[in-house]
Each structure stands twice: as structure tokens, then as C-alpha cells.
Design a protein around this ligand. Structure first.
Ligand SMILES: Cc1cc2nc3c(=O)[nH]c(=O)nc-3n(C[C@H](O)[C@H](O)[C@H](O)COP(=O)(O)OP(=O)(O)OC[C@H]3O[C@@H](n4cnc5c(N)ncnc54)[C@H](O)[C@@H]3O)c2cc1C
Length: 327
């Protein structure tokens, strides 16, 4: 393990580094695993803020269902380290073309290829109680966490246009789902669909979530009335942690997300982006798969370069006797 320090930045063992991976979530770690097993020299840099850290457990990953969220990453790091991959605890603040990777207060690494797997940030609505209970009994992904609160009194908070879909979906897990309209203007069609699906609509603004004894108890409206609930769902605004990619000039789509091919290759030569930084829908298993696909592509890209160099060297050696120029 390399620690970031406040020493003068230095180029760290430039020739030995094939790939720098930024981000040690499922996406970055799975890429590092494949690249390490392919005997590439890999450095993984991570600043210790995986997206699902607020949730104690992780679901929906075959053979890992229900595992503590942090355990997957700890086990992953240990596996990856077995293949000689090096880790730096620190934040990458800049990547330059070429590629120099600048760690805040620490080394500057030079890599032949860069994989950015920095995830995304969930922007939560400013309702008191939401941040405190996020990932515990304030949830966003029914596929990840609804089974654990099945058949309980649930609610969806109308803080995002996706809320109606979320409520329609959530009925698969409970007969008792309330929709708090809050700031959302519901179209007549939405109302009809919610009612038809057995979701009851609660009008009025939400004042706060009622939390007691480390548990969500209910939703309080601004008129002071409290509706008891065991868990609430909402859709955060998902913002990619893509400063490094935008700094490199990677192309984005109309919604502002970096554009990649199916292997995670961005518009900038030598730079890949995988996991939630490129796809907000990616769950842990999907992010891991994206990392794996990128590792194949990066290794193939490096192989092509290695072979080109080998051919150049080969030609230089075999060309000498055949020159026929008398020298
Ligand atoms: C509350 C919650 C619960 C969830 N539960 C589940 C679940 O049960 N099952 C499931 O499949 N999915 C779940 N998810 C989704 C899951 O979090 C993502 O699918 C997964 O984290 C994506 O992996 P990733 O590798 O792309 O990003 P992350 O896991 O977020 O990893 C990105 C890493 O990059 C690091 N990083 C970012 N910027 C820098 C930088 N500049 N320098 C260095 N390091 C940096 C971060 O510290 C972080 O460690 C949940 C999400 C939330 C919010």
C-alpha cells in the first residue's frame, strides 16, 4: 500500500506502470483483477467513498447477496493485491494527456492507459431526516433493498420525476404503498395509474421524516400530521464524479454523461470510463462486469502497442545483415 504524502510530487516509477485505475469500487477493482492476472503493472488509487457505503448490506450480486457492502471491496482488494497490483489511498485531482496522474498531496504517476471508475454522487432532497437515514430506511433502488422491507408500510416521496414509476414498481413488494405528492405536479394519467395499482396518494408538502431510536417512524407533513411508515423510497439526482474525464476533454451525451463504447473506451485515446461514472443504472454486479470488459479492451490495446514496438525492434535487428549496402 502506498500512502499519499505531502512530499513534492514526483513521477513514480514511470516505466513500470501500464494502467492507472482511479476508483476501487466494484468497477475499478474488477478491472484491476483482470489486468493484474494478465501480468500488467497496475496501480489503483482510491479516496475511500464508495457510493453504497451508507448501506450496511448489498443485494443482487450472485453468490454475494446480503454481504456487508464494505466486505466485497475489502475482499476484492485482497484478491487484486495477490497479483501484484499496487494501491494508493488518495484522491486523484488531475490527469493530463500522456498520461500523468496527479494524486493530491502525493505522487504523480505516469501510465500507458488510464481507467476512470470514480462512480457518482447522489444528491438528496433537503427534507430533514433524509440524509440521516439514507441507505438505512430511506432507499432508492427496489431491486437492491425492497425485499428486505416487503409487506411493510412503505412510501415514495415525490421529489423527482421518476417517483411515479418508483411507486408503481414498489407495489410488487408491498400492498401498502403511499405516494407523497410533495412538490410533484401529478398529471391525470399518473394519478389514474397510481390509483389503479392500489397506491394511495397523500397530498401536501413534506415537512420532515420522523426518526426515533435509530429508526424511521413516519413522514410528517407541514400541517403537522404524521403518517407512520417503515421505509421510504426516493430518487436522488445522480451526478457523475467525472471531473477527471471532463478535464481530459472526454465527449459527453446530451444529458452530460460521458460517452463510451461497450468496453468503456471514451472519445479520448487511452482513457476508459466504467461503472457509475459512465452509467447511473449500473448496479454492483454490472459495474464489476463493465470493469472486466474494459480490462480486456485495455490489455488488447496495450498488446497491439507492445507488438508494434516488438516488430520495430525486430526489423531493426534483422535488417542489418540484409542491407546490402556494403557497410
Ligand atoms: C445507499 C445505496 C445502496 C446501494 N445498494 C446496492 C445494492 O444492494 N446492490 C447493488 O448492486 N447496488 C447497490 N447500490 C449501487 C452501487 O452503489 C453501485 O452500483 C456501485 O457502487 C457502482 O460501483 P462503481 O465502482 O462504479 O462506483 P463506487 O462503488 O462508487 O466506487 C467509486 C470509487 O471511486 C473513488 N473515487 C472517486 N473519485 C475519486 C478520485 N478523484 N480519486 C480517487 N478515488 C476516487 C470513490 O472513493 C469510490 O471508492 C447502492 C447505492 C446506494 C446509494
Amino acid at each position: 500500500m502506498i500512502k499519499a504524502t505531502n512530499d513534492t510530487p514526483r513521477i513514480d516509477d514511470a516505466s513500470a506502470c501500464d494502467v492507472v485505475v482511479v476508483g476501487a469500487g466494484a468497477a475499478g477493482l474488477n478491472a484491476a483483477l483482470l489486468l493484474g492476472r494478465a501480468r500488467r503493472a497496475v496501480v489503483v488509487i482510491d479516496d475511500g467513498a464508495p457510493r453504497n457505503a451508507p448501506a450496511s448490506h448489498m443485494h443482487g450480486f450472485l453468490s454475494r447477496d446480503g454481504m456487508p457492502s464494505a466486505a466485497l471491496l475489502e475482499l476484492g482488494r485482497a484478491e487484486v493485491a495477490r497479483y501484484g497490483v499496487r494501491f494508493i489511498d488518495g484522491r486523484v485531482e488531475r490527469i493530463t494527456h500522456g498520461y500523468e496522474v496527479h494524486v493530491a498531496g502525493g505522487p504523480v504517476l505516469r501510465a500507458r492507459r488510464v481507467l476512470v471508475a470514480t462512480g457518482l454522487r447522489d444528491e438528496l432532497p433537503g427534507i430533514p431526516g433524509v440524509r440521516e437515514r439514507w441507505g438505512k430506511d430511506v432507499l432508492h433502488c427496489p431491486y437492491c433493498h425492497a425485499y428486505e422491507v416487503r409487506d411493510r408500510p412503505l412510501a415514495v416521496l415525490g421529489t423527482h420525476p421518476n417517483a411515479v414509476h418508483q411507486a408503481l414498481l414498489l407495489r410488487q413488494w408491498s400492498d401498502d404503498v403511499l405516494f407523497f405528492a410533495h412538490t410533484l405536479e401529478l398529471a391525470a394519467r399518473d394519478r389514474e395509474r397510481l390509483e389503479a395499482r392500489g397506491v394511495r396518494i397523500v397530498e401536501g408538502r413534506i415537512g420532515r421524516l420522523v426518526v426515533d431510536d435509530d429508526r424511521l417512524r413516519g413522514v410528517e407533513l407541514t400541517d403537522g400530521s404524521v403518517v407512520s411508515r417503515a421505509a421510504v423510497f426516493l430518487s436522488p439526482r445522480m451526478v457523475p464524479r467525472d471531473d477527471l474525464l471532463s478535464g481530459l476533454g472526454c465527449a459527453t451525451d446530451d444529458d452530460g454523461w460521458v460517452v463510451t463504447d461497450r468496453t468503456g473506451r471514451t472519445s479520448v485515446t487511452g482513457v476508459w470510463a466504467v461503472g457509475n461514472v459512465a452509467d447511473p443504472r449500473a448496479q454492483v454486479v454490472t459495474a464489476a462486469g463493465m470493469g472486466s470488459a474494459a480490462a480486456f479492451a485495455i490489455n488488447t490495446d496495450l498488446l497491439e502497442e507492445d507488438v508494434d514496438h516488438a516488430v520495430e525492434r525486430h526489423r531493426a535487428t534483422v535488417a542489418v545483415p540484409g542491407r546490402g549496402d556494403g557497410r
